[in-house]
Design a protein around this ligand. Sequence first.
Ligand code: DLZ
Length: 155
Amino acid sequence: MSGAGAPTLQVDGTGLRITIVAASWHTEVMDGLLEGARRALAAANVTDIREVRVPGSFELPIAASRVAHHGADAVVALGVVIRGGTPHFDYVCQAATQGLSDVALRSGVPVGFGLLTCDDEAQALDRAGLPGSSEDKGAQAVEAAIATVIALRGI
Ligand code: DLZ
């Protein structure tokens, strides 16, 4: 999947309560995703920010579900899964992706999807919003979550 074609979203999240739920595997990539998300929240004027850390991406949906049912206007889920030599990658990616989608649909609370699913660490670092990265998926997940809150309010 290519990052080309991503929209430029100018979002104002003033007054929103946003919680980041973040996995802990692959520290350097996660640090980049988290910093990108924090930068985007500041740029969008969001000041009510919480952060919840979970062990791995498999645990993102349960944390996102709890947060979505306890007052957050939006959730931003961050994680990175790197393909190994076993089918484990597919199971973790599938569970996290489907789980996060279920949380959004069942709760009605937008979930920004900042889960990287990569073949190797180099792909992940290139998307992590670090110096030299070509993409900033943590920031994009924040912008998408805020834009969706605003879009839903207009319906
Ligand atoms: C077990 C596992 C593996 C092999 N790889 C990753 C990964 O690349 N990224 C990630 O976020 N989590 C990984 N995990 C951990 C699972 O997500 C989960 O935390 C454990 O299976 C315990 O439930």
